[in-house]
Design a protein around this ligand. Structure first.
Ligand SMILES: CC(=O)SCCNC(=O)CCNC(=O)[C@H](O)C(C)(C)COP(=O)(O)OP(=O)(O)OC[C@H]1O[C@@H](n2cnc3c(N)ncnc32)[C@H](O)[C@@H]1OP(=O)(O)O
Ligand SMILES: O=CC(=O)O
Ligand SMILES: [Mg+2]
Length: 530
């Protein structure tokens, strides 16, 4: 590896953890420092642009496809890079946090790829962040096998899923790493540490450094990622065009720039994913000020809603026109120990994956190893021996701005049960997150940062439009706190309640619950090490 002398001093503001020095080497920190020096300012400018755009939308500017980039959309000739080794066939992708057990389980799960998630499924404690990097390194080096104190063995098999890493989004800082008194963007930390330690190793193993990019709001943010890839490859002497990145279309503004996003990343693009949970969150967040954009109870919003159909149809059409994979989204259900509930969950997941495969998606996501076979079966039935269905160009699809925004067609007031469910889920999720768990199963559903955001932003919106009464909501919050305390006397109920109330009761909607909750509760700064 070729890095030049240290010029960008990164300070580590955390107590040293076991083996953390293997990740936080001076060379790796210097590499992250170089990315920071090159891109931190641009990230801040793009975050300011997010706020300006939001203000324009609130003041009535309509959301539409941009006239300025019409030529990119109209040009029939450009294509993204061809699929990279290990990413040709993506019919079933499992997702989850890179903790040690789940790393082994996910790689052995029979899925074609594993999205190792530092974003929605990981509570970004410093240990989770650095241990996750260690687990990825150990998995690639095939030295992750271990036995639990109870004697249960975890061993990597022969046929492993391709690793695709999802760094945290542009909105988050990593407060345990600092340069010139400023935190390093979390995206650059997660990307940079993985790329530094594993890019060449992945190439040597016949794959490459592959990424999922979360929560982008426009093509400018995709261009920033592309420039990060170009510099990272140059700094480490990795051939340009080796990186592959799949962008999650999970904000409503990004849905209007799918072509532009693929174009910005075209030499590194591996396609788009229908990040449907954050997409719903984004719809509510972006149009929270409008009374005609109030979705019904969270449980009643399904992928057959016209505005969601328009989004997934446009995604497949856009990807296949440009030679890019279209990857489906996360089914909410996870297996249960109750056989009846389990059968119902499997049936729901099957239906969801069948719709995606028939619509032209090339593969889809599952949240649990037990769901790998059903997703595989469904896509096998449609793909057969073909690795994908890029040849289905879906020229029958033409989606308008009005269709993407046709939320009012399903708009409905919440029920009392829907309000209570949102309080219960967000409270319990925040409590788990504060204890370092970024994904949990609650009432048969997978809950992570994106699904909890839907629950809390709905509460905010209903309150804002007086669809629910503030005192009634506070009563429900109090009752759910009491229920959680009764169930688990040592739960962090007061802290979770504080996170919930800050995220829901503020007049100005917090864009994400995570930055504030992270700074207040997860950051554990210690003496400077280097
Ligand atoms: C909206 C989005 O962003 S989706 C993407 C982000 N979200 C996610 O990735 C969530 C992924 N899923 C998960 O994290 C988990 O499935 C949870 C937390 C929901 C449930 O996990 P558990 O409560 O452990 O489920 P359960 O007890 O049924 O697990 C059985 C076994 O499967 C393993 N397992 C469950 N889910 C996964 C997974 N996603 N990856 C790898 N292994 C898994 C468990 O570790 C456990 O293994 P063990 O027998 O070796 O101990
Ligand atoms: O990241 C996925 C989503 O649905 O959100
Ligand atoms: Mg998401």
């Amino acid at each position: 590896m070729t890095t030049t002398a240290t010029t960008h001093r990164v300070r580590v503001l955390a107590a040293p953890g076991a083996r953390h020095d293997e990740i936080l080497t001076p060379e790796a920190l210097d590499f992250v420092g170089r990315l920071h020096a090159a891109f931190a300012h641009r990230r801040l400018d793009l975050l300011k642009e997010r706020r300006r755009r939001k203000d324009r939308l609130v003041s009535g500017t309509p959301l539409d496809f941009s006239v300025a980039t019409a030529a990119v959309r109209a040009d029939p000739d450009w294509r993204v890079a061809p699929p990279a080794p290990g990413l040709e066939d993506r019919r079933v992708e499992i997702t989850g946090p890179p903790d040690r057990r789940m790393t082994v389980d996910a790689l052995n799960s029979g899925a074609t790829a594993w999205m190792a998630d530092f974003a929605d499924a990981t509570a970004p404690t410093w240990n989770n962040v650095i241990d996750g990097q260690l687990n990825l390194l150990d998995a690639i080096e095939r030295r992750i096998d271990f036995t639990t104190p109870e004697g249960r063995e975890y061993r990597l098999g022969q046929d492993l899923a391709t690793i695709v890493v999802r760094p945290r989004g542009w909105h988050l800082p990593e407060e345990h790493l600092e340069i010139d008194g400023r935190p390093v963007p979390a995206s650059l930390v997660d990307f940079g540490l993985y790329f530094f330690h594993c890019a060449q190793r992945q190439l040597d193993a016949g794959h490459g450094p592959y990424f999922y990019l979360p929560k982008l709001e426009n093509a400018g943010e995709a261009r920033l990622w592309n420039d990060v890839f170009v510099l990272a490859q140059a700094l480490l002497g990795i051939p340009r065009g080796t990186v592959r990145a799949t962008v999650l279309i999970e904000t409503v503004t990004a849905a209007f720039e799918m072509e532009e996003i693929l174009h910005a990343l075209r030499e590194h693009s591996a396609g788009l994913n229908a990040g449907r949970r954050d997409y719903l969150f984004s719809i509510i967040k972006t149009f929270g000020h409008r009374t005609d954009f109030q979705l019904p109870d969270r449980a009643r919003v399904t992928m057959t809603a016209p505005f969601l159909r328009a989004y997934t149809e446009l995604l497949v059409r856009t990807c296949h026109r440009r030679g890019a994979h279209a990857i489906g989204g996360m089914a909410a259900r996870v297996p249960s120990r109750d056989p009846e509930a389990d059968a119902a969950a499997l049936a729901q997941v099957r239906l969801d994956k069948e719709r995606e495969a028939e619509d032209g998606f090339d593969g889809s996501w599952v949240a649990h190893p037990a769901l790998v076979p059903v997703c595989r079966e469904v896509f096998d039935a449609v793909l057969g021996d073909r690795p994908h269905q890029l040849d289905r160009t879906r020229e029958d699809v033409a989606v308008t701005a009005a269709e993407l925004l046709s939320v009012r067609r399903i708009s409905a007031p919440p029920t009392a049960a829907g309000v209570r469910a949102n309080v219960a889920v967000s409270l319990r999720y925040f409590e788990a997150w504060l204890r370092g768990h970024g994904a949990v199963a609650l009432h048969g559903l997978m809950e992570d940062a994106a699904t909890a955001e839907i629950a809390r932003v709905q509460l905010w919106q209903w309150l804002r439009h007086r669809t629910i009464d503030r005192d009634d909501l506070l009563t429900v919050i109090g009752e759910e706190c009491d229920a959680l305390t009764a169930e688990r006397p040592h739960a962090l109920v007061a802290e979770a309640r504080a996170v919930l109330e800050r995220a829901v009761l503020e007049r100005e909607l917090p864009a994400f619950f995570t930055p504030d909750a992270y700074s207040r509760h997860l950051v554990r700064r210690a003496e400077v090490q280097s």
